[in-house]
Structure formats: C-alpha cells, structure tokens
Design a protein around this ligand. Structure first.
Ligand SMILES: [Zn+2]
Length: 370
C-alpha cells in the first residue's frame, strides 16, 4: 500500500497538489478490494470498472459507489481487521467497519496533522466533559472511540461523561455534568467539551434557564462531533449555539470546533475558523444528481458521495451517504485553506430529523442520541 502511505504522509493535510497521488492510491485500493472481496469484485465487474479505468481525478467518480445502507445490511470484508467500529443505530441496524493496521496508522497521522493545524494540541492539562458515551465493552461505536481520542490532545486532569451505562442501556446525566461544571467555575485549568452538539446545546439551554453562567478558564474549548442532524437540521441553530456558548461559558466561536465524519468514511473533517468543512487531501467528495446520480458542478445540491483509499479491511473506498450536500469553492470561505468545502444541507429521509425542541423533550425523558 505504498501509494496510500504517500498520500497520508503529505505534509499539508489540505495540500491541493495531491490529485495524482490520490488517483494512484485509489487504483491500488480498488485492486486490493477486487482481489480480496468477492462481492466487491462482482459489483465492479458488473459495472465494467477495472483498475485501469482510473487515470485522472475525475475518473474516481466511476468507482463502484456503495450506499451506507449496504454496510448496515451486509458485513463486507477484504482482510482481517485489527479493530472494528460501528455506526450508532438500534436493533442491529448499524454498519460495522473493520480497520487494518495500515489504515489505523493513516488515521492516526491524519488526525494529528488536522488537529495540530486547528491548534488543538496543548501541553496545558485540562478537564474533559464528554457529551457522549462513556466507553463500555459493549459499545463499539466510532463516535465513542473518536470522542475518547479527542481527549488525548491535551493532558487530561479528569474525564466526565454525560451518557452513562447502567442496567444495559445508556442514559444522560445532566445533573452530574452540571454539578461538575459548578466545581469548575473559575478553575485554574481550562475545560474541554467533546461530543454531540445536541447534548451540549441542551446543557447550555438548561443553564440559561437556571440563570447559571460559569466562567471557564481562557483556552477552554467546545469540540463537537457526531452530527447535528438528528436534532438540529437548521443552520440557524448553530448561530444560537455560538451565542449561548458565549453567554453561559464565555467561550467565543473561535474556540468552538466541529468535526464531521462517518464510520463508513473515517476521514476527519474538522471545521476551519470560519466553520467550514474543507475537504482534506485524504478524501474527495463527489456531489451527485439525486435522479441521475451523475456528478454535478460545485455549488449544486445533491447526494454526497465520499471517497477515500484509507481502508483495506473493508471496501469503503467510495460510499454514498444519505446526506444532501453542496461543495463550495475555497474562495467562498477565505480562511486560507485552498481546498473546497462541504456543506451538509440535510438528509434524504427527513422523517429522521427532529427539531431541537422535540429532541430536547426526548432527551429529558431519558432517551439517548442514536
Ligand atoms: Zn475555511
């Protein structure tokens, strides 16, 4: 996998000169899956796609594009996996993706480069409040692993989790987090939140309703991951999120960092200072027309197809999400990163989207985010 290694070891995670390295790594990854996964080989053969189909970057749109739903119904494998991670989901309706050691090494290198660029490495110890699942042996979700991983970039003085595992289920403990926060008021060390935007948002709403405003040490950050879509589909919610964070914690939006990713496309998308998800060198995004599935130009809304040659153990080279999104040129951001950025507009199945208010009501009844 020498081309994969070359791609993931480029110096700048937003390098714009990686097209030929990307195409070579795609060809290498495609050949590997065809040789080691019969189902993938059959799909590729039926589509008439071969390793020599890929010469230029636009050719990657010809890759067999597997819907995320396929990974929820079938366990495709190309090689033994060192670890397995799952998407969130109920009653067996989740994807399980295996990772080989080379893919994990790439993930580590990628995460370090992207987090470093966003200024998330710090020698200053901090207290972590994780607005997500407390790790448990029964929990193999990628969000739990990445939330824990995000607590390794500054030394941890403490870790407290909102979703605790008890009697076979997770339930949120807002009171526990609130009492921990009260103790951290005017604490000497900064605090870092990490986890679901919805839980963080509801916590801040509760604090606002109770008139509870806490001054966190300078350098405190709110890191968000796991998506808004279950609860907050509207961009306007982000603006009220930033306002609320300033009000209840004194944390400005420059210290609010959001991640985007999916277990079927394990690339770390981290927002830029203008809160845009620029596409890193390790990934390419093809936006497709919802009817014809043909690629559409930048600025046009369509289905989001994510491509990365990172994983050998599972054929997640090109996956079709159920997200609707749009790719914008880098010039519409202006932060200095030169790659285009992806905006997620919503989901194809709108019935799954709840409003913040409905989501809050579910949470307070003891439900948990899936
Ligand atoms: Zn930007």
């Amino acid at each position: 996998m020498k081309y994969r290694r070359r791609l993931f070891f480029v110096k700048n995670p937003y390098d714009t000169q990686t097209d030929s390295a990307f195409v070579r790594a795609v060809r290498e990854n495609f050949s590997y899956h065809c040789a080691h996964c019969l189902e993938y080989h059959t799909i590729a053969a039926q589509l008439g796609v071969r390793a020599d189909s890929f010469h230029a970057i636009q050719d990657i749109a010809r890759l067999p594009c597997l819907p995320t739903l396929l990974f929820k119904r079938h366990r495709l494998r190309s090689a033994p996996a060192l670890i397995r991670a799952t998407s969130s989901g109920t009653s067996g309706n989740y994807s399980e993706i295996g990772f080989d050691i080379g893919g994990l090494l790439c993930a580590l290198v990628m995460s370090c480069k992207i987090m470093y660029r966003r200024g998330l490495f710090s020698p200053v110890p901090c207290h972590y409040l994780i607005m997500g699942y407390k790790p448990h042996r029964s929990n193999r979700t990628a969000v739990t692993k990445t939330a824990f991983g995000a607590t390794l970039f500054a030394p941890a003085l403490s870790r407290r989790y909102i979703l605790k595992y008890q009697d076979g289920a997770y339930s949120p403990d807002f009171e526990g987090i609130l009492s921990a926060l009260k103790k951290l008021d005017s604490a000497f060390f900064p605090v870092r939140f990490m986890g679901f935007p919805s839980y963080t948002f509801f916590l801040m709403q509760m604090m606002e309703e109770q008139g509870l405003h806490i001054r966190l040490k300078k350098g405190s950050k709110i890191m968000l991951g796991g998506g808004w879509k279950q609860f907050c589909a509207e961009q306007a919610d982000k603006e009220s999120f930033y306002r609320l964070a300033k009000k209840v914690f004194g944390i400005g939006d420059q210290d609010i960092i959001e991640f985007f990713g999916a277990v079927e496309h394990p690339i770390l998308y981290c927002d830029c200072p203008n809160h845009h998800f620029h596409v890193p060198a390790y990934s390419r995004v093809v936006i497709r027309d919802v009817d014809t599935l043909q690629p559409v130009p930048e600025g046009t809304v369509g289905l989001v197809n994510l491509i990365t040659p990172m994983v050998c153990a599972t054929p997640v080279l090109s996956v079709m999400t159920d997200d609707l999104g749009v790719l914008h040129p880098s010039s519409s951001c202006g932060c200095g990163i030169q790659t285009p950025f992806l905006e997620i507009i919503g989901r194809v199945a709108p019935s799954e989207i709840k409003t913040c208010a409905a989501g809050a009501a579910d949470l307070l009844k003891g439900g948990s985010v899936q």
